[in-house]
Design a protein around this ligand. Structure first.
Ligand code: BES
Ligand code: ZN
Length: 444
């Protein structure tokens, strides 16, 4: 194993699960480890305390007159359950079939570590970097970056930059370099449906009392029409339509046909708003998804109960033009008018983030395209992403800089799921990509 891989393995061994307070110490230890890595490169490095998890920043000498690139990443990871479904322990990384297996490999430790290694290599070989570089690696991305926004607002001048580089997105297929120029936004809700004051015998009372599980099911079902279009009034009002050039371009993207999406997801057919390909639905159309739903008896055999309550969790993916608060309001209004008789609902608003998109043909966009071509041997495809990184639009608003998304996670990388993995070839090409990016950005 190369020394670079050994170091990535050290990074991956920290169970830096940001959502779980039992792991707060591991998150901190991981941040301190990152500080040592940056200090070892001779960068001016800081660990910034926040109300929760620390932010790590590092910078070379900031020379006036040079371009400044901010390289963003996150060292926190998602929980690992169901842990029984992992083929190897999530925090004991190993290499099999050309892939690095372990939580955080792709999302996001492997992907930001290539930038650290690329800069390190350049410093070792050339003594300096061709532009001002600021690394910003946070520990709260997977919980919606609650402390990074106020941090950046307070330290606007320290993080002033011309462009932001992020590798926290996907690559459409092995060997196909991918530049992302858009992300969906997100807004989340949790709904509790209450019926009788306690669980009831379903024979003694059933038939005369509203069942919260049935009520929740009716409410969930009301959110879409039979074809999969969202049925919430006003939901699509502000959507900025996909442009023809994007549709034509995406139809040519390898690894992004409807058949490719069916294969990677194990689904039998594309289901969603009619009139769009799977790529268009994922990259440029908004959704309402049920992330969890529960009520009543779930154990073995039958239990004749009429449950007292039910719950479901929703998240909406948003596209440019949509305002997260407005969409939350529209979904809440819809759920209230679709609450069946005999139950009451309590709706809790969750976190939100706006969608983001930029012009992939800007001078920085072109520089990123050249860097991807130089490191992967062919020109990149240009896509938008279905996932969300809310801080990207926040940084656009706070720092005024756009983000180039140079994704390295393959479609079967299984981020957020058991058996997350990161291709060794992308780790290695990513280090070269990072060096090429610094050079190209310094010229643009
Ligand atoms: N790296 C992902 C986002 C991503 C993955 C974008 C693949 C594009 C392609 C990020 O860590 C993530 O999971 N974001 C969350 C949002 C957050 C607010 C919980 C998401 O998209 O669910
Ligand atoms: Zn993630």
């Amino acid at each position: 194993m190369t020394p670079e891989l050994e170091r990535l393995f050290e990074h991956l061994r920290f169970p830096s699960i940001s959502t779980d307070s039992n792991h707060a110490g591991d998150v901190r230890a991981n941040a301190e480890w990152l500080v040592k890595q940056f200090e070892g490169m001779g960068l001016q490095t800081d660990l910034h305390e926040t109300a929760k998890h620390p932010i790590v920043t590092a910078r070379n000498e900031q020379v006036p007159g040079r371009k400044t690139v901010l390289i963003y990443g996150h060292y926190d990871v998602q929980p690992v359950d169901p842990v029984a479904l992992w083929d190897s322990p999530p925090f004991e990384p190993e290499i099999r079939e050309g892939k690095i297996w372990g939580r955080g490999g792709a999302d996001n430790k492997g992907q930001h570590f290539v930038h650290l290694l690329g800069a390190e290599k350049m410093l070792q070989e050339e003594g300096e970097l061709p532009l001002n570089v600021i690394f910003l690696i946070e520990g709260e991305e997977e919980i919606g970056s609650p402390n990074l926004v106020p941090f950046l607002e307070q330290h606007r001048e320290d993080f002033a930059c011309d462009i932001i580089a992020v590798s926290d997105t996907g690559m459409v297929a092995p060997g196909v370099p991918t530049l992302g120029y858009g992300l969906r936004g997100i807004t989340c809700l949790e709904v509790k449906v209450q019926g009788p004051s306690g669980d009831l015998h379903s024979g003694v009372y059933g038939g005369a009392v509203a069942n919260p599980a049935s009520a929740a099911a009716r409410m969930v079902a009301s959110l879409h029409d039979d074809e999969g279009k969202v049925a919430v009034a006003g939901f699509y009002d502000d959507v900025i339509a996909l442009e023809d050039w994007e549709r034509e371009m995406w139809a040519q993207v390898p690894g992004a046909t409807d058949g490719d999406f069916l294969k990677v997801t194990g689904s039998s057919e594309v289901f969603g708003e009619p009139g769009y390909s799977a790529a268009e639905l994922i990259w440029a159309r908004p959704t309402v998804e049920v992330n969890g739903i529960g009520s009543g008896y779930q154990g073995e055999g039958s239990k004749t109960v009429l449950p007292a309550e039910a719950m479901f969790k929703l998240s909406c993916r948003l596209v440019p033009g949509q305002d997260p608060e407005k969409i939350q309001d529209a979904v809440i209004a819809h759920l209230k008018t679709h609450t069946p008789k005999g139950v009451s609902v309590e709706i809790e608003r969750g976190h939100s983030g706006k969608a983001y998109h930029n012009d992939p043909h800007s001078s920085f966009g072109k520089a990123a395209q050249v860097a991807l071509e130089k490191s992967f041997g062919k020109p990149p495809v240009l896509i938008r992403e279905g996932g969300s990184i809310p801080i990207i639009q926040d940084m656009k608003e706070i720092l005024g800089a756009d983000s180039l998304m140079l994704g390295l996670a393959l479609p079967d990388c299984q981020i957020h799921a058991p058996n997350e993995n990161f291709a060794v070839e992308n780790f290695e090409a990513g280090i070269e990509m990072s060096r090429a990016l610094l050079i190209e950005l310094s010229k643009s």
